[in-house]
Design a protein around this ligand. Structure first.
Ligand code: PLP
Length: 443
């Protein structure tokens, strides 16, 4: 499970986990508390645990080492749209991660931390010519192509710069990931990928293009999957395609099963990362033995949420308690612009007061200061609160800061990594003058 140990249930919050870890890592030194972090850096602040990040990435990497055949049998490409702070990317790069990017901007981040473009795969339905040129100039590992028009555009752009583009087709295996409709991506009606039925003909077309080199196949059926059965079903479908392609003389070097393993937000019991990786390789190794003539094929994973989701919290301070006719509101200094997931997907995040009071609890909606009724972070929580209290919004490491905006001219939150008894500022809080620095008034 991507936080602490498998036996820890939702009741044991990520906030305790993150700060306990710092105590465990440095038993003799003073414990770092959320209060100190808030004093040092203010609120709202995203706080990540280096130990938790490391643990979840290594859960993938070590399982790959155990079950993949040979050092080159697997690659874990962190889907950096989940959280793309340079410090987090650098940490994961040092642990051996490749990166799954969805924009030229994300490639610039990889380059900024000295990441190896040969470990970069480029996903997304709308790659521009400029982004293609940038990625080609750095010789990235692979473009995950999502449509026939994209294939033709990439062929043309690669030709214009005298290169061959390595590609993988994102195939839509049409399996139901059984997750939220906004984060389900592998069904026929989704905008992503090439339909399973069209995959063979699209590969044939790709193989005939002079500046396109098909090297892989990929899929990504959705996010926050607690059960790996749909992923394994998708894997089986990809394996069938790899065989069918081989019969036509198109030999692929890698198979990329995408991201998608979920995390525990509230009583969720996601499959353990190591177990999932083990099951993937059980199929791959079996297939290699029987059908694929023992030929090596590299297996790639694109995890995002399961690496960072429970490695981060959002620290916020209660500004006001407002007791309405039918509801109690705790108005905090974080808002939908900081953590968009509740407004966007009605996502549930745990809320943990940093200091517990003995007064009886009331039922609160935790809301932000933004002028939108959708600006809420949590609803109907039994809490005993006072003005000035610090709250930790849990499981906020993934799709938190990366989705943040400046709505209401609010500077984005600071970001901090806790490492042992040290807290490192990894992104300063934005101030208003920075927010309008790129704007100008009419002369
Ligand atoms: C978002 C995304 C991922 C990561 O998904 P998680 O659910 O965060 O693991 C992986 N691959 C692609 C193509 C994506 O769009």
């Amino acid at each position: 499970m991507p936080y602490c140990a498998a036996s820890w249930r939702a009741a044991v919050s990520a906030v305790r986990c993150i700060f306990l870890r710092s105590r465990i890592a440095q038993p003799r030194k003073a414990r770092l508390s959320p209060i100190e972090v808030a004093k040092l850096f203010g609120t709202p602040t995203y706080v990540y645990s280096k130990a938790a990040l490391t643990e979840s990435f290594l859960a993938y990497a070590n399982a790959c080492k155990t079950y993949a055949q040979g050092d080159d049998g697997a690659l874990v490409c962190y889907a950096m749209k989940a959280s793309s702070n340079l410090a987090i990317l650098h940490l994961l790069k040092e642990l051996g991660a490749g990166f799954d990017i969805v924009s030229g901007g994300e490639l610039e981040r990889v380059l900024a931390i000295g990441g190896d473009p040969k470990k970069v795969i480029f996903s997304g339905v709308g790659k521009t010519r400029e982004e293609m040129r940038l990625a080609l100039s750095h010789d990235i590992l692979c473009f995950n192509v999502e449509s026939i028009p994209e294939l033709h555009r990439l062929n043309e752009v690669a030709g214009s710069v005298g290169k061959q583009a390595r590609i993988s087709l994102r195939v839509n295996p049409n399996v139901d990931a059984k997750t939220h409709p906004y984060i389900s991506t592998g069904l026929k009606e989704n905008k992503f990928g090439v339909a399973f039925e069209d995959a063979l003909s699209t590969y044939r077309a790709a193989a005939s293009l002079p500046h396109i080199h098909p090297v892989g196949i990929d899929c990504h059926i959705g996010s926050q999957l607690l059960d790996d059965a749909p992923l394994l079903e998708a894997l089986d479908k990809l394996i069938d395609l790899v065989d069918a392609l081989a019969r036509e003389g198109i030999h692929l070097h890698h198979l990329d099963i995408g991201g998608g393993i979920g995390i525990n937000y509230k009583d969720d019991e996601p499959v353990a990362i190591a177990k999932y990786v083990e099951r993937v390789f059980a199929r791959i190794n079996q297939w290699r033995l029987h059908n694929h003539q023992g030929k090596p094929i590299k297996v790639m994973f694109e995890p995002g949420r399961s690496i960072v989701g429970n490695a981060g919290i959002l620290l916020t301070e209660v500004q006001y308690l407002k007791h309405g006719a039918t509801k109690h509101f705790a108005i905090v200094d974080a808002a939908m612009n900081d953590l968009m997931r509740p407004a966007m997907y009605e996502a549930w995040h745990g809320v943990e007061p940093v200091v517990q009071h003995s007064q009886p609890a009331k039922t609160y909606d935790i809301v932000g200061p933004v002028c939108e009724s959708g600006d809420w972070l949590a609803r109907s929580r039994e809490l005993s609160l006072q003005e000035g209290d610090l709250l930790a919004i849990l499981s906020a490491g993934a799709y938190g800061m990366t989705m943040a905006s400046n709505y209401n001219t609010r500077g984005r939150a600071a970001e901090v990594i806790v490492d042992g008894d040290q807290a490192h500022l990894i992104r300063k809080r934005e101030n208003p003058s920075e927010l309008f620095a790129l704007e100008s008034i009419l002369k």
